[in-house]
Design a binder for this molecule. Structure first.
Ligand code: S6P
Ligand code: ZN
Length: 183
């Protein structure tokens, strides 16, 4: 008999909920090394949440043709003059692309190619961002409240964090005279 069933996982409002949703939390201590003035992160602040990611990963990692879906909630704040931001990464399978879209709050998507050329795209509720392969991506929260954004990427993309951990991005998003600037 043909049945109509409820989906197991739901994207409701700003939250991704369901039995198959994976949740990770990154504290300021976890991502300390990405900030220029990381000596400003006190022992107490190190336990503070920087961002949380909820992901629906319905295929085995590495499956060609599959898709993953995630919601990132990035807290507001500064480390020195640098906005709270995600670690940032290239994809391990270098040619794979990704979509990001803004859900709440204001941010900047920082994109860097393999030659180190940088550009920033304003992120806001409804903004849509295509991230081609071979482009590193990181998001900074430039508002006073939580920035939420969605992501959809191939299940065979993988993540390469090493290049960014070793070399960083070639520019940092800093609050200068009250405004975000890539420096
Ligand atoms: C995965 C996608 C996002 C990020 C998340 C956290 O390809 O780009 O779900 O994982 O925004 O960023 P990061 O750089 O710490 O993975
Ligand atoms: Zn990605």
């Amino acid at each position: 008999m043909n049945q109509i069933i409820m989906p197991e996982n739901i994207f409701i409002g700003k939250n991704l909920v369901g039995n198959e949703i994976e949740h990770i939390t990154r504290t300021l201590g976890d991502i300390r090394s990405i900030f220029e003035q990381n000596d400003r992160i006190t022992a107490q602040q190190a336990d503070q949440t920087a961002y949380k990611v909820s992901s629906y990963l319905p295929e085995k990692e590495g499956t060609p043709g599959g898709l993953y879906f995630g919601i990132t909630r990035l807290c507001a704040g500064l480390v020195g003059d640098e906005y709270f931001m995600t670690k940032g990464h290239f994809h391990a399978n270098t040619d794979t692309a990704e979509f990001y879209w803004g859900i709440e709050g204001e941010g900047v998507l920082i994109l860097m190619d393999e030659q180190g050329n940088i550009k920033g795209e304003r992120m806001f509720p409804g903004s849509l961002h295509y991230i081609p392969g071979r482009i590193a991506h990181r998001v900074a929260n430039v508002s006073d409240s939580t920035l939420s954004f969605g992501a959809c990427w191939p299940s065979n993309a993988g993540h390469n964090y090493d290049i960014i951990e070793q070399n960083g991005f070639t520019a940092r998003l800093k609050k200068m005279n009250g405004k975000p600037q890539l420096i």
